[in-house]
Design a protein around this ligand. Sequence first.
Ligand SMILES: *Cc1c(COP(=O)(O)O)cnc(C)c1O
Length: 474
Amino acid sequence: MKYISTRGGAEPQEFCDILLGGLAPDGGLYLPESYPQVADKLEKWRGLSYAELAFEILSLYITDIPPADLKAICDKTYTAQTYRWCRPGCDAAAIVPLTTLEPGFHLLELSNGPTLAFKDMAMQLLGHLFEYVLEKRGESINILGATSGDTGSAAEYAMRGKHRVKVFMLSPEGKMSAFQRAQMYSLQDPNIFNIAVRGMFDDAQDIVKAVSNDAEFKAKYRIGAVNSINWARVMAQVVYYFKGYFAATTSNDQQVAFCVPSGNFGNICAGHIARVMGLPIARLVLATNENDVLDEFFRSGVYRPRATAETHVTSSPSMDISKASNFERFIFDLVGRDASIVRELWQQVDAGGAFDLRGTRYFADLPGYGFVSGSSSHADRLATIRDVWSRHQLMIDTHTADGVKVAREHREAGVPMIVLETARAVKFSETIQEALGRDPARPKELEGIERLAQRVEVVDASVDQVKAIITRNC
Ligand SMILES: *Cc1c(COP(=O)(O)O)cnc(C)c1O
């Protein structure tokens, strides 16, 4: 399988060649040159374990790693031990257990991994793939990133203790919850470097961009990234759409709907790909919070990224985005994979503008892709968390609450609805307190992590201070 750029200006590459990079050299995103068709494989796949299913699907997209090695990577990534934080009494061996709230309405638990958010599902695989490919090539990498919470901790837990990988993760000092800080800063692994920046998330992000734009420094210190546009992350997420489908149905002629709390369009992009591969998905329901750029697009055909200053700070913070970095992948497919059209549209986006597909044939094609959408507010989240708690004695987090709220607006008779649970309530206990007047229960092993010794270096919002830390430790 070769990978091509959504903007058409990059040489086709093998999987291992795009694994460690970010954007394609022409500024586009990598996608496989075609989507394998698997409708006739569903029968055979229905009974597989998560690791077996991951191997079957990943083998279609990764043709430059020997199958036995890829199998070993899948086996050590998707273990019940790694994804053990599931609710009492659940089946950890399923990796992504399906919880039925009422007949035909389910939660797919994707947040039972080490950092209690769905990003572990893909990031743990990335950790093993990075280690494998770097070892083969005799190379090393220094991952530099900025986080406001979920992504940074998922990356650190995936890369901790891995050979040939160091992680330098910037976070805004004092802006994350005590639990999130403890999760990251208590890691004592010598290859993990937590850097708290005196400033906001955007300051941290700007430092990462400045360092990455310094081509000489970047090459000398082999700076890499694990951001949400990484193809391997999207690919890894395709697997649980299949697993969720099998869990919610009894035969392969049934259809389902998935509802996905969305930010950068990574998670639901994987759903789109699963559907194009032939998984019987009737509907992909996209849920946003007050940051409703994507809801607006699927309702109107207008994609209008917001200025950073226009981004709402909400109680489902991992969905607080002003533009959706993976959206270009979907538009590439929507316009019939015509890179010249994507280039044209993103010329407008990259210049701070918008694009409008109304009146084009792409807009007429849009319904064929199965998307519907809706948005949710802080008041909706509180009401939904209360309702699910009182009716099902189940605590859901704020992002999942956005999903449940929007999913309920799009139920169709005879089509099971599967809401993706993207994080656990314990990560967002302030809002849970506000909704329920009580704190979420914590897995035993995570009790008191706020009291563990923390390893973090505090710096000014200064590119030079961050570069100095990298130089000193590489
Ligand atoms: C990252 C994240 C999202 C958004 O996922 P995208 O792939 O960016 O659409 C939703 N919920 C939680 C908890 C997250 O961490």
